[in-house]
Design a protein around this ligand. Structure first.
Ligand SMILES: [Zn+2]
Length: 423
């Protein structure tokens, strides 16, 4: 059994339902704040109230503040669970050397969701309309979902989170327990080195692979300009006014759009690689982070790659593809054909081996090394010659990120193999 979360855009069936949902979320917030500041923080460290002890107080509190009784009871309990969850997160941060304070009282805009656990909801995905489902939340009412992706058929719904995003849009996340019917990954002895690929997380391109694809970074310059414009406009508005609030939403929307575009790009790339190959090799970024000086100087590119590797592993599980991380040290310096190392400053774009004369794009040489290391690590027997020799000649084909987003896999597949055979 695995647990997976499915998120949908949601639309309240009426304004009244939207109002009730927000009001119930805010009641959960009050319960959270009350339990935290009146019960949890005042207790001495060795005797913090357990979740059950807090939960047992709910009937008393409802007696004192009758409007708390308007919320589905289980939701109030789930609000209290956030205290324990928050503590666990803080402990984790502290264990990693972060200077953490304690859990804080939450303001309305910091508390935006309500959780239904096991009961109090009714999901209907047979509404007779395509890409449409509804969820009826007890004590709130009905929400329409943009049901672009079906829930697993034999799944059990564990939990539903209803959230009002900062943009003002509603989302519903359905957490399902199910038995995944994923294709088996091929056995190592059945993997052909030709069905494997090494990916270099490049400097100029986003990725550069051992089959000669160089995929550019996603161009977000227009979004960034728009974001700067909207933020400037926000700073000129009076804080808290209606105009300010409207502008704040606009800023949140641009942020959201950028996140969506980046996610879409990574998913399409990962989909392609995990469908096309039996095994995909990438550098181990955790090791790479340690090799580079100033461990905290994580640049933006690295954040993007981490996200990509995460998505790649996820797709690998679903598509029966092995995703293996390899030792990153020296992938750029080493010659992929003869193994002799030569220093290359960042601005040197070509690998030209002083020892054997092998010449190719700098990032492609690194991708070949990633491929060799992956094959060795996985234990795939590659008969005669290095992967470089079987994959030569080393032409590079650039693919723009825009095309990946617009056309998906086909644009990555195009005459790749054919072109390299002619050369
Ligand atoms: Zn060489």
């Amino acid at each position: 059994m695995v647990e997976m979360s499915f998120q949908y855009h949601a639309e309240p069936a009426s304004d009244e339902i939207a109002r009730r949902a927000w009001s119930d979320i805010q009641t959960c917030r009050e319960v959270y704040n009350h339990a935290l500041t009146q019960r949890y923080h005042p207790a001495p460290d060795h005797d913090k109230p357990s979740y059950t002890r807090l939960q047992n107080k709910i009937p008393d509190w409802k007696h004192r503040w009758s409007e708390w009784g308007d919320v589905y009871s289980k939701c109030l309990q789930m609000a209290l669970r956030r205290i324990k969850h928050g503590e666990t997160v803080l402990d984790g941060l502290q264990a990693n050397g972060y200077d953490v304070g304690r859990l804080k009282w939450k303001a309305p805009k910091e508390y935006r969701s309500i959780t239904y656990n096991q009961s109090g909801f009714d999901v209907d995905s047979n509404t007779g309309r395509t890409a449409h489902a509804t969820v009826n939340f007890s004590k709130i009412g009905r929400f329409h979902l943009t049901y672009h992706r079906s829930l697993p058929e034999d799944g059990t719904i564990k939990q539903i989170h209803l959230k009002k995003q900062k943009t003002g849009e509603w989302t519903v996340s359905i957490v399902v327990d199910y038995d995944p019917d994923h294709p088996e990954k091929p056995a190592v002895e059945d993997i052909d080195p030709e069905d494997c690929v090494g990916i270099d997380l490049g400097i100029l391109s986003f990725v550069h692979d051992s089959d000669g694809r160089a995929v550019d970074r996603l161009d977000l310059s227009e979004d960034r300009e728009r974001l700067a414009r909207e933020q400037r406009s926000l700073s000129r508005k009076q804080h808290g006014s209606n105009n300010w609030e409207r502008q704040r939403r606009r800023v949140a929307e641009v942020h959201q759009r950028m996140t969506d575009r980046k996610d879409d790009f990574k998913h399409k790339l990962a989909h392609f690689y995990t469908h096309e190959y039996d095994a995909v090799f990438v550098e181990d970024l955790d090791v790479r982070g340690m090799l580079e000086d100033g461990g905290n100087a994580r640049n933006k590119a690295e954040v993007g790659w981490r996200g990509f590797i995460h998505v790649l592993k996820h797709h690998g599980e679903r598509n029966g593809c092995r995703v293996v991380e390899v030792e990153p040290e020296g992938t750029t310096r080493e010659c992929a054909r003869c193994g002799v190392e030569s220093e290359k400053p960042l601005w040197v774009r070509t690998h030209s081996c002083p020892s054997c004369g092998f010449k190719t794009d700098r990032d492609r040489n690194a991708a070949f090394n990633v491929l060799s290391r992956g094959l060795s690590k996985l234990g795939v027997v590659h008969s005669e010659g290095t992967p470089v020799e079987t994959a030569l000649p080393a032409d590079t084909r650039r693919v723009s990120a825009k095309r990946v987003v617009e056309a998906g896999s086909p644009c990555l597949k195009e005459p790749q193999k054919a072109a390299s055979r002619q050369g």
